[in-house]
Design a protein. Structure first.
Length: 148
């Protein structure tokens, strides 16, 4: 344990703290001393005990308000985290739907390409058949013309 000598309200006090915490204790006591002196200046000399009580109440009030703010911020952070998780979930759902749509479009494109190729072959056969019939008709017409 370390010992720290501090001055408060014109009096010296010896306080103990964990090793390494001396500077922190001194900082805290500077703040408490400042609050005490501010109240003493504002309220006048109403007695050391009353000033100490009012100082303690002010410090506890600040602590309580800070604690409420921390709880509020934790709640806000939790709500924000929940919204983020929900948004993340929606993004993944959207991504999955879009990937499925792309997969279906690719499948439809392949099916359409196959259908076009089949139709092209079918039309080529029809054109070949029509060309053969026209050739046969022209040939027959030429034969009929020669025979006359």
């Amino acid at each position: 344990m370390a010992n720290v000598t501090i001055k408060f309200n014109g009096k010296e006090f010896l306080l103990s703290c964990d090793d390494g915490q001396e500077e922190h204790l001194e900082e805290l006591l500077i703040q408490i001393n400042q609050k005490f002196n501010d109240l003493k200046n504002d309220l006048g000399n109403i007695g050391e005990n009353k000033l100490l009580l009012i100082t303690a109440v002010k410090v506890m009030d600040e602590y309580h308000e800070t604690k409420k703010k921390v709880v509020q911020k934790k709640t806000e952070l939790k709500e924000l985290s929940n919204k983020f998780r929900e948004l993340k979930s929606l993004v993944y759902e959207y991504k999955d739907r879009k990937e499925e749509e792309i997969k279906n479009l690719s499948k439809n494109q392949i099916e359409l390409k196959d259908e076009i190729e089949q139709n092209q072959k079918h039309y080529e056969k029809l054109i070949d058949a029509a060309a053969d019939e026209i050739s046969n008709f022209v040939e027959k017409a030429n034969i009929d013309k020669i025979s006359q």
